[in-house]
Design a protein around this ligand. Structure first.
Ligand SMILES: Nc1ncnc2c1ncn2[C@@H]1O[C@H](COP(=O)(O)OP(=O)(O)OP(=O)(O)O)[C@@H](O)[C@H]1O
Ligand SMILES: [Mg+2]
Length: 325
């Protein structure tokens, strides 16, 4: 195991208030895994990463990272891992190349080793032409790629990335993932990252850990998480005054509703009612007929396969897009 935690917990005291940021996280990550933490703002993702990287002592519980207990050997844990925080870490007055060399030297590498590693990272991360530029002159996406190079220059076997792709345009996000995949293929690096992008967690991570209110509420592959949501989502939008009648009509569609009740969400055109059906494209005509017979005006209708947001909605009753934990 690269990471093993037992009931990892962290609270903060602000004035008279106690904030329970992380509440008993049990996590195992094996060597070579790529794990994405997904969860709303304030869920405890960064706090968990900061404990795993020894930057923040846990209030209680334990964590072994890269073979060592973080509380007992914080300095050695830091030497064995790479960590890119949520904000960019590079000093802005230096050149890209100097930053890389300094970082390598800081970790005790020889100049030759730091140079070799730095050169190869500049190439992998498409930063070759930026080598002699000042960090302050790079764009946001270029800086983020430099951050990742800085986290990797001492060739750690375990890398933590806190929101590596936030603020990047779609093209740069795609490039970043290409770089991450290449680094994994070349070095077999274990990577734990956080993201707010559902599509990213869905398609790129092999394992998704969903965190809410400081707890892990789901931990599996994206496909398995979605498969447990069985079936498709069928959504109809109706006028607010017809919601009651629409609910009754939809409930008569059978026993495949979420917890027996259609999920309800207000939208700009009316109230959206969603039900779970086996195959939405086949169920749709019957559902629309039934609503029409019941005298309900359907403003809009749609069908889709479940997403990680449905997984989160099903587990918490809230959408990930609704924000704060
Ligand atoms: N140093 C601190 N002092 C007080 N409260 C803190 C501190 N750091 C974090 N918290 C609180 O702990 C909770 C978890 O914060 P954390 O940064 O881990 O969330 P997150 O999941 O990373 O959110 P985001 O997606 O916004 O980055 C929040 O309620 C936050 O306000
Ligand atoms: Mg965070």
């Amino acid at each position: 195991m690269m990471i093993h935690t037992e009931a990892l917990t962290r609270s903060f005291t602000v004035g008279k208030e106690t904030i329970e940021a992380v509440r008993g996280v049990d996590l195992d990550v094996a060597e070579g895994e790529l794990v994405a933490f997904l969860g709303p703002n304030g869920a405890g993702k960064s706090t968990t990463l900061r404990m795993l990287t020894s930057l923040l002592p846990p209030t209680s519980g334990r964590a072994r990272v890269a073979g060592l207990d973080v509380a007992e050997n914080p300095a050695e844990v830091r030497r064995r891992i790479g960590y890119i925080g949520q904000k960019d870490g590079a000093g802005h007055s230096y050149r890209v190349w100097d930053e890389l060399l300094m970082q390598g030297r800081f970790y005790g590498m020889s100049k030759a080793d730091a140079t070799a590693s730095g050169e190869s990272l500049l190439e992998t991360l498409d930063l070759g032409s930026m080598k002699m530029r000042k960090v302050s002159s790079l764009s946001g996406g270029q800086k983020r790629r430099l951050d990742i190079a800085l986290g990797l220059v001492h060739t750690p076997r375990l890398l933590f990335l806190d929101e590596p792709s936030t603020g990047m345009d779609p093209q740069n996000r795609a490039n970043l993932w290409e770089h991450i995949s290449r680094i994994r293929a070349e070095r077999g690096t274990t990577i734990v990252l956080t993201t707010h992008y559902l599509d990213e967690a869905d398609t790129m991570a092999e394992r998704v850990v969903i965190i809410d209110h400081g707890r892990i509420i789901a931990d599996d592959t994206a496909d398995a998480l979605k498969a447990k949501q069985a079936g498709d989502r069928l959504t109809v939008v109706v006028r607010p005054e017809q919601v009651g009648a629409a609910r009754t009509a939809l409930a008569a569609e059978g026993g495949d509703l979420d917890g027996g009740e259609p999920a309800e969400r207000p939208g700009p055109d009316g109230i959206a009612l969603s039900i779970r059906v086996e195959a939405a494209s086949h169920a749709m005509p019957g559902v629309l007929d039934r609503l029409r017979i019941a005298g309900i005006d359907v403003v809009a209708a749609s069908a889709r396969q479940p997403t990680l947001d449905d997984v989160f909605l099903n587990l918490t009753g809230r959408s990930l897009r609704e924000g704060e934990a």
